[in-house]
Design a protein around this ligand. Structure first.
Ligand code: TYD
Ligand code: MG
Length: 477
């Protein structure tokens, strides 16, 4: 079919097109960004319409559900965070500090993904040789020796469907996309995308946004999926990747704790929850999945616990994790007490401390409070509050908690212990990890009719408490 050449005014910031010049882009609001651009279009109606028929709607029931199908990435932890696999026609941003393992994760997913289609890996940062060396190190080629680093169900020899190109030039990428017609496109990284259409300076935010917009449009039209890597530095220079967040469907951030654990979280997910956490370790052969993370955040101790330490049974997405909460209180150095806590929100720590002070007459407002979570995981779940209260009480009084007690519960400002989600699951996981006693709210069948009451067991003890005072009484009597 012959292509027609027409001119439109295209926004260099967001890619929006207007038939005539405007001083300000109506889409993104930037000034002086509309540039006259030649476009080649097939004659006839625009995309999405067939033949000469006018655009029309179809009944929802007639839509093929497979149209929005998912592709398994072959990496269970990545699938979990994505909400069950890679959604076709979606764009996924993978952010994280340099060196955290973004390129490694994508290359492993490229080899393990459950699809027969081609996968295009575009590297604007590394040479072909460097990418190949990483693939060899990861043992992705059967003849390269070694076991695959991640379990995969897809047929062997699937590295042959990975196509590699090393460029950031958008025009080149578009040509290759048309030739390869991949089902998954991986761009490493968004910061290397550039095109002459957005001016001569590469690496600007506009270059990145424009490139990302074009690639997102391509995958949506071609039933493919896009991974876009974006570097985020420690100093928080995230203005670049941040501007991409609203353009993509899913935003994943990769973080590291003090050890070699890497956590993958969704900050935005149009096709799943943002609660799920993927836990990996980086080893000689790339990233591997942590099989049983429940024990990762506990410290194995002999004998009595030191004061200030309590174990919380918290939810991370669909999983229960047992984490050690550590508290330390020292007389405040200034006239004001301060909270030092990067793993649990400081406002939550202050609120729990105030509740303790009010309802147990325990003076904390003249103390500096230090809170840590073993294993360096960030806890945002409300069920951590009771354990946090117990750890603070123990730290301030110097009394240790009894061993092998797992704690869960939300604290109200009135000092009550409120019910938490999935109490039964928390009790079960605590038991399975050897915590004989579970301290928490009473199962509230009225509030949560869908929740089964916790299983009664002869071996373990469940202490149901209604308020903070009775919880402290039960632990420190
Ligand atoms: P990389 O994936 O290049 O990080 P990013 O793309 O986020 O910048 O790799 C991160 C680090 O991991 C790098 O310092 C080397 C290390 N690494 C391993 O320890 N084992 C491996 O098998 C690989 C491939 C990398
Ligand atoms: Mg990289």
């Amino acid at each position: 079919m012959k292509k027609q050449r027409t001119f439109v005014f295209k926004c260099s910031a967001c890619g929006h097109e207007e038939p005539k010049w405007l001083g300000r882009c109506p889409e993104c609001g930037d000034w002086n960004t509309l540039i006259e651009t030649a476009v080649s279009r097939l004659p006839g109606p625009g995309p999405g319409t067939k033949g000469n028929r006018p655009p029309q709607s179809i009944p929802l029931s007639a839509v093929d559900p497979q149209e929005g199908g998912r592709i398994g990435s072959g990496i269970p932890e990545l699938d979990r965070v994505l909400g069950g696999g890679i959604m076709k026609r979606s764009a996924i941003l993978v952010g994280g500090e340099p060196g955290i393992g973004k390129s490694t994760l994508l290359l492993q997913a490229a080899a393990a993904a459950d699809t027969r289609g081609r996968i295009l890996y575009i590297s604007g940062e590394e040479s072909m040789g460097q990418v190949r060396m990483r693939a060899d190190r990861l043992g992705l080629f059967a003849n390269g020796g070694g076991d695959p680093p991640v379990k995969r169900n897809s047929p062997p020899g699937n590295t042959s469907r990975i196509e590699l190109c090393c460029t950031g030039k958008l025009e080149d990428i578009e040509t290759i996309l048309e030739a390869v017609k991949p089902v998954i496109v991986m761009v490493d990284s968004a910061q290397t995308l550039h095109t002459a259409e957005v001016g001569v300076v590469p690496g600007t935010i506009n270059q990145m946004k424009y490139g990302a917009y074009e690639l997102i449009s391509w995958v949506k039209e071609h039933d493919a999926a896009l991974f876009l890597v974006a570097h985020v530095t420690k100093e928080g220079i995230i203005s670049g990747p941040k501007t991409l967040e609203h353009m993509v469907d899913t935003v994943l951030y990769f973080e590291q704790n003090d050890g070699d654990c890497r956590f993958l979280r969704a900050a935005k997910n149009r096709f799943g929850s943002v609660d799920e956490l993927g836990i990996f370790t980086m080893g000689e052969r790339g990233l591997s999945v942590v099989e049983d993370p429940s024990l990762l955040f506990l410290i194995n101790r002999e004998g009595e616990l030191p004061p200030g330490v309590a174990t919380a049974a918290v939810l991370e997405g669909s999983r229960t994790l047992l984490v050690e909460i550590q508290a330390l209180t020292v007389p405040a150095k200034g006239s004001m007490s301060r909270v030092f806590s990067d793993r649990i929100d400081s406002a939550r720590v202050s609120r729990v401390a105030a509740t303790l002070e009010k309802h147990l007459k325990l003076r904390l407002s003249d103390q500096d409070l230090y809170i840590n979570v073993a294993g360096g995981i960030r806890i945002a779940e409300v069920g951590v509050e009771l354990a946090l209260g117990c750890a603070l009480y123990s730290a301030r009084t110097g009394l240790s908690l009894p061993g092998r007690v797992a704690i869960a519960g939300e604290l109200s400002l009135a000092g009550e212990v409120r019910p938490v989600r999935r109490l039964g699951g928390r009790i079960k996981t605590s038991r399975s990890l050897g915590f004989e006693t579970f301290l928490g709210p009473a199962a509230d069948a009225q509030d949560r009719p869908n929740e089964k009451p916790p299983p009664v067991s002869e071996t373990g003890k469940i202490i149901a408490v209604g308020d903070l005072k009775s919880a402290i009484g039960a632990l420190f009597s």
